[in-house]
Design a protein around this ligand. Structure first.
Ligand code: WTA
Length: 648
């Protein structure tokens, strides 16, 4: 196995650089000299109904306002203007269904359906600033619903379709959302899954009744019944055939969407993104980092239920008027060639995926990509977690044929778009290290006191200057301040430093290597989960006294969830309780958060002040040398936990 960093370097080929959207490294200097006006470059990619005069208003920091006096509509920018520019027959979305079905939406098709659905939503009483929850799998109606909401100025809150009824209800309540768009069900590996009963269960949990739109995704053999206030999507569209809706003029700072993500507290946080700054930043990074051109066919494989799918599956590519591929299925159904076959058939130019997927491809073997003509690919990207050099090189050789640069992009739900990565036509790639901060972005790795650490040493990854894609707030302003700005800022001197929650180090060339989360957020195979969220689901199970959850990362894998639990008096830590714990997590969050291992222990390791020492459990889970255990109140428990782990 290749060691974590083998020191190899790769440069983009002259063939790539010649055609790249950005090939001149002077952009870094230019942005530095001209900050924050440099961000006009991003805003200029959009069409504004009212041009902005001010680029950045810092007076209410950390509630920064980008392009504060500008006005625009995101749906207009992603749809109408491409139609008006004579590109109405250009493909906007190429959709590949799970069962081999396909649909293409041109910009004209998109225009038509987005308008009809926007009219329908209005007809159902959705008003400007009402939050519409969208609980759909990867079907074209998902981006259409998002754009329809944006058109009428209703922020959307997309909840990943794999979340449970409980998780959906929590998010709807938190956002005060009284409108839901869902479907009857969806296909997974050829089987039909019921989505509507999950949605119905969530609705039962709400205080007020919600208006619901149901997309009929499954074939006739799987019927569903619509209750009062539940409407069929197709019928709504049909009843508004040909109707258009004037895009609502939104202030740049108005909310485009809310996206719930896990934080350090139990409840998921509603990350609020603005219309102007967010859209400008997702378009600019799509153009600059993913090198997307309007004539490209581009594929971001992330589910739109997460931020990557929002920024790089929907808003970035559609704002640029390119063709975005959307795939409903899994990468190994009907067989392990599925993705390569889609790339070949659609002649995909740029492919953006996650390291966890790449590691699965590697395991399956190179014969699958080798069997397909992938020569249309020009650029590859990754996001979601650090990519180990071995996976990087496999991706480079077997998918990119040694010719496509790879952008390893570090960013977060909160940052709205990419923050750290090489520019593909400019920077040397160092597998395992994401790269330098993007032009205009200022990253500092600091110690506990907020002082920059020396080159090569690890510390906390912070951003000490605002950027257009940044979250506007959380649904709770106090929490916004607490989560991101309280740790390293100096409010008395009006110095605001954003804390990402990640650890990192910076090398002598200014390249950032991201080391992973240092807070109570888990990153499991590209899904972001909170320890508290999972732990509270585990302790809700009858018989469980206490629980702690950590991530196991053996063998360089994307991570597995290990739940340590102690039982209440009179309960046995047996197979039955283990099953109940797994089911409890599935009900509270969703199957993707299911613990891979449940280990019963008489007690959890605690400090003298009674805090659970998760770090120690993490070392045990990963069979690493244990750090200092002398601060434990109950050091004898360590041996017992290790033994329990071996027995399990
Ligand atoms: C991790 C996904 C290393 C990181 C866009 C971050 C990464 C969290 C990378 C955000 C990368 C994302 N290298 N780690 N290239 N990209 N991460 O909010 O821990 O789902 O804080 O956003 O993923 O996850 P989120």
């Amino acid at each position: 196995m290749t060691p974590p960093s083998d020191g190899r370097r790769f440069d983009p080929s002259p063939a790539f650089t010649e055609r790249a959207n950005v090939s001149d490294g002077s952009i870094y200097e230019e942005f530095e000299q001209n900050w924050p006006e440099c961000w006009e470059r991003a805003a200029d990619l959009l069409e504004w109904q009212e041009e902005y005069d001010t680029v950045l208003d810092e007076s209410d920091a950390p509630f920064y306002e980008w392009f504060p006096d500008g006005e625009l509509n995101a749906s207009y920018n992603c749809v109408d203007r491409h139609v008006e520019e004579g590109r109405k027959n250009h493909a906007a979305i190429r959709w590949e269904g799970k069962l081999g079905d396909r649909r293409t939406y041109t910009y004209q098709d998109l225009y038509r359906e987005v308008n009809e659905f926007a009219a329908a939503l209005r007809g159902l009483g959705v008003e400007e600033d009402d939050v519409v929850t969208i609980y759909l799998p990867m079907i074209p109606e998902l981006p259409i619903a998002m754009l329809a909401c944006a058109r009428i100025g209703a922020p959307h809150s997309v909840v990943f379709a794999g979340f449970s009824a409980d998780a959906l209800a929590t998010r709807m309540k938190s956002a005060d959302s009284e409108h839901l768009i869902t479907c009857d069900g969806y296909y997974r590996r050829g089987n039909a899954f019921d989505q509507k009963s999950k949605a119905d269960n969530a609705l039962l949990d709400l205080d007020a009744s919600a208006t619901t739109v149901v997309v009929d995704r499954l074939d006739e053999s799987v019927g569903h019944v619509l209750a009062d206030r539940q409407h069929d999507y197709r019928e709504l569209i049909r009843s508004r055939a040909g109707v258009t809706v004037e895009p609502v003029v939104r202030d740049a700072g108005d909310v485009l969407f809310v996206m719930y993500t896990s934080g350090t507290t139990g409840d998921p946080k509603g990350v609020v993104h603005s219309t102007g700054g967010y859209l400008a930043y997702s378009a600019w990074t799509t153009q600059t980092v993913l090198d997307v051109k309007p004539e490209d066919t581009y594929w971001c494989s992330a589910d739109i239920g997460w931020i990557t799918g929002h920024s790089y599956g929907v808003y970035g590519p559609l704002a640029l008027g390119t063709t975005s591929v959307m795939y409903e299925g899994s990468p190994d159904y009907p067989d392990r060639s599925r993705l390569w076959e889609i790339i070949e058939r659609n002649a995909v130019d740029v492919f953006y995926t996650a390291p966890t997927a790449i590691r699965a491809f590697m395991k399956w073997g190179q014969q699958y990509p080798d069997r397909h003509d992938l020569s249309s690919l020009r650029l590859l990207g990754t996001v979601g977690e650090p990519i180990n050099p071995r996976a990087w090189q496999w991706y480079y050789e077997h998918v990119g044929n040694g010719e496509c640069p790879i952008v390893d992009t570090w960013w977060q739900t909160e940052t709205g778009g990419m923050m750290v990565t090489t520019l593909p036509g400019v920077g040397t790639m160092k597998p395992g290290s994401a790269g330098p901060p993007l032009p205009g972005i200022s990253i500092e790795v600091v110690d506990e006191e907020g002082e920059p650490v020396p080159t090569g040493e690890s510390g906390y990854l912070t951003v000490d200057r605002p950027w257009p894609g940044m979250l506007r707030s959380l649904s709770d302003d106090d929490q916004f301040f607490e989560e991101y700005w309280s740790r390293f800022s100096d409010p008395d001197n009006d110095e605001w430093v954003y804390f990402s929650g990640d650890g990192a180090r910076i090398d002598e060339d200014g390249y950032v290597t991201v080391l992973g989360r240092v807070d109570d957020v888990l990153n499991v195979s590209g899904h972001r989960l909170g320890t508290m969220e999972i732990e509270s689901a585990v302790v809700d199970v009858e018989g469980v006294a206490e629980a702690a959850v950590v991530v196991g990362r053996q063998g360089g894998h994307g991570g597995t969830v290990h739940a340590y639990a102690s039982t209440e008096h009179g309960y046995e830590g047996d197979g039955e309780l283990r099953e109940q714990i797994v089911a409890g997590v599935e009900d509270a969050i969703g199957p993707f958060a299911r613990p891979d291992r449940v280990i019963f222990t008489p007690e959890l390791p605690k400090t003298r002040s009674g805090k659970i020492m998760r770090r120690l459990l993490e070392d045990i889970a990963n069979e690493e040398e244990l750090g200092d255990t002398s601060t434990l109140r109950n050091p004898e428990v360590v041996g017992e936990i290790e033994a329990a782990g071996r027995e399990d």
